[in-house]
Design a protein around this ligand. Structure first.
Ligand code: ADP
Ligand code: MG
Length: 707
């Protein structure tokens, strides 16, 4: 394997002689695969795809059923459909943007296809009179049925466009990479795995199909039991879920054992720090906050590294708890860092911590990706000399070259984007011989019992009390036929100086399409509410633009913020008191809860309007009902667990939870107890398999060499 790498030149290509590809192994870089030049490889990197083995575990996020052509007259709004018709017309239109409008007709009804990105060749191929087969989410509006950016094929006759005989796997993508490309690369990876000793050898005691057979089923679904696949209940899926959950259990055991064996800095100033902070705070700490701070004080004084998870519902006030711990470290002459998943959150935390800690004479440093080189160098210097005790930055901060003089505490906010693998990296950041204390903060509503299983390596503290003076968010569920009422409600609230979020949802793996949907809503709302100042954020905006938009909203310069679900995590704008979630029926409970947590943060009574597209399915109705009747994250988590039985298709895997690829610890909680036992057994009886399993699913096998 190292051979194949040494043959690569700086451009990542083999040594220029065609036909001289090195023998492919799972460790070969992607540039050696057919169809993956350096440019493609660059684009795949953000998906975590760098070597052939990464492709194997890039599992479909869902499947599309293109096994039946739906008559255009039968298409349902909001549902995906495979349609086929004769091309009636193809024309370029000019709206806010240039777009291509194609009409197809299947003899009974017609349907419009809209393309916002297209080239001349594509347009030319859509010849009037030829046939076109398209797949996508149908919208039925006043002007009939349409699909925006379908996947499509054109042929001279309809017979040349039969439906598929297998389910179509859909993968997470980035711009510039197509499903077809990813599928082709995965095919090559599967062929390599076929001869790889690690994949050929099975593991003891796991049952079900072998890993390789399971991967084949997922990537190339064929034959029977396809229904089970759609429901995440296929034996192949269960095998891989068990592997992944087991790998995490194994890893957590190892992590805890190793961490606790190392010395940790002794910090005895947390309670005094909390008292000092309290003097400057504009509010009194809640009982729950004080209790959790004393848990932390106890851990930090013990001389062993802390491994603690704080679970606290959205808005429960986790940040101030972190601030007390960080101030405690600073008062002991040590450094601490708070990491958050997005630049937006980092900036917000930096503002909050500065406001609190500067008041007691403690400096707060900020490190973001977009800092100028000179600023960054200065920041790195202040971290390395120990001059600045408290730091805030994104997770990327830790992948880079940042060095601390005396780092003693790491706080990780919104842990559900931060898996075990990443936590491993933290250990190396302390001064030689000292492992930093770890404080993980999460609002992910997971029932308490489950949290203890999922985060088996962590001690758990719960903030089970909201700050006083909050009026619970009033939640209303209503059909989008009442959009007009909703608009007038927003208009009225904004006239009274309040602010509102309008969240667009789209079940799509493609951020491009999500962005387009948000842009469309934005245009529409600006027309409908001309007196309001409207802002827009989505994942396709440049970081600076996104921040400018958020800042404008935070300062009140914009009154209504149209957003995709990017605002889900942690954003704190207390004056925002109305949230509209469009097509709320598409989202899972935990996502709805996270979103709703963005309002109800100030003293004003807040409202959350969950708009749905009728008719409402049974599962969606049940979910929206839960949202309407409770705001308690733990109750919602419990209901989520109950409701997510078989048949409950949320369209999108919720594995983002702790960075898992296929398992969902909430949905799959029943699998965990058996695996905990297996994990104990393996560490006792076959540590080699344990390490292999960790390496496969979590990576960084070298780190385990020290075990
Ligand atoms: P989360 O737990 O969701 O991270 P934050 O730490 O962002 O919550 O806190 C939410 C809001 O509540 C912030 O504006 C914060 O200043 C405020 N807050 C925190 N603790 C209290 C308290 N004890 N009393 C009143 N307000 C508080
Ligand atoms: Mg928070």
């Amino acid at each position: 394997m190292s051979e194949s790498r040494s043959q690569s030149r700086s451009d990542g290509r083999p040594n220029g002689r065609p036909g001289q590809r090195p023998a492919l192994t799972l460790d070969t870089e992607l540039t050696f695969l057919k169809g993956a030049g350096p440019a493609v490889a660059m684009k795949l990197k953000p998906l975590g795809l760098e070597r052939v083995r990464d492709l194997l575990l890039h599992l479909p996020i869902r499947y599309e059923d293109r096994r039946r052509i739906v008559p255009i007259s039968d298409v349902v709004h909001g549902a995906e459909a495979l349609v086929c018709g004769r091309i009636e017309s193809t024309e370029v239109r000019f709206g806010a943007k240039r777009w291509l409008r194609v009409v197809i007709d299947d003899g009974r009804a017609s349907l419009v296809l809209r393309f916002f990105h297209f080239n001349e060749a594509q347009k030319a191929a859509m010849v009037t009179g030829h046939w076109l087969r398209a797949f996508g989410t149908v919208r039925v509006g006043n002007s009939g049925a349409e699909i925006v950016h379908p996947e499509y094929r054109v042929a001279e006759t309809a017979v040349q466009l039969p439906p598929e005989d297998r389910l179509t796997p859909i993968y997470g993508l980035t711009t510039g990479i197509t499903q077809t490309r990813v599928r082709a690369l995965i095919q090559q990876a599967l062929a390599v795995a076929q001869h790889d000793p690690d994949y050929i050898a099975d593991f003891p005691g796991l049952g079900g199909p072998t890993t390789l057979a399971a991967l084949r089923t997922l990537h190339e679904p064929d034959g029977r039991d396809l229904g089970d696949l759609l429901l995440d209940r296929h034996p192949a899926q269960i095998r891989l879920m068990r592997e992944e959950l087991l790998a995490h259990q194994l890893c957590m055991r190892l992590l805890r054992k190793q961490t606790k064996a190392a010395p940790g800095a002794r910090i005895e100033a947390v309670l005094p720090a909390s008292a000092k902070l309290q003097e400057k705070l504009p509010f009194a700490l809640t009982g729950a906050q004080r209790r959790v701070i004393s848990d932390i004080a106890h851990d930090l004084a013990a001389g062993q590294p802390m491994l603690r998870l704080i679970q606290g519902d959205v808005g429960s006030g986790k940040t101030v708890v972190a601030a007390a711990a960080m101030l405690g470290a600073a008062m002991s002459g040590l450094q601490s860092v708070l990491m958050a998943p997005t630049e937006l959150l980092v900036e917000q935390h930096a503002r909050t911590l500065s406001a609190w800690l500067n008041a007691v004479g403690v400096d707060v440093g900020l490190l973001t990706g977009k800092m100028k080189k000179s600023e960054r160098d200065a920041a790195l210097h202040r971290a390395a000399t120990g001059e600045t005790p408290v730091w805030v930055g994104t997770h990327a901060l830790f992948q880079g070259d940042m060095k601390f003089k005396k780092l003693a505490l790491v706080v990780v906010d919104e842990q559900h984007r931060f898996g075990v693998g990443q936590r491993l990296a933290l250990r190396d950041k302390g001064p030689a011989g000292v492992t930093p204390h770890q404080l993980i903060m999460s609002a992910t509503p997971i029932p308490r019992t489950l949290a203890q299983t999922v985060y088996a390596d962590l001690d758990v503290s719960v903030i089970d009390e909201l700050p006083p003076g909050r009026t619970p968010v009033q939640t209303v569920v209503l059909s989008n036929e009442r959009r007009f009422d909703v608009l007038s409600r927003i208009g009225e609230a904004c006239r009274l100086g309040r602010q509102a979020y309008w969240v667009c949802t789209l079940i799509e793996e493609n951020t491009e399409l999500q962005a387009q949907a948000a842009e469309e809503t934005y245009r529409q709302l600006r027309e409908e509410l001309p007196e309001l100042r409207v802002g827009l954020v989505h994942g396709r905006l440049k970081a600076a633009e996104k921040e400018a938009q958020m800042r404008a909203f935070q300062s009140g310069a914009t009154q209504l913020l149209v957003a995709t679900t990017v605002i889900e995590v942690g954003v704190d704008v207390p004056n925002a008191s109305i949230m509209i979630i469009d097509n709320a029926e598409r989202l899972g409970l935990s996502q709805l809860h996270q979103l709703r947590g963005r309002v109800g943060r100030g003293a004003t009574a807040s409202q959350c309007l969950l708009m749905y597209q009728p008719p409402l399915g049974e599962g969606s109705r049940a979910r929206l009902d839960v949202m309407r009747t409770t705001t308690d994250g733990f109750v919602i988590a419990q209901k989520d667990l109950e409701l997510r039985g078989p048949g409950e298709l949320l369209g999108r895997r919720q594995t983002g939870l702790i960075g898992m690829k296929i398992a969902d610890p909430v949905r799959d909680s029943a699998l965990i107890p058996g695996l905990q036992k297996l994990a104990d057994d393996w560490w006792l009886k076959s540590p080699k398999d344990a390490k292999r399993m960790i390496a496969r699913w979590i990576g960084d096998a070298d780190r385990y060499a020290q075990v």
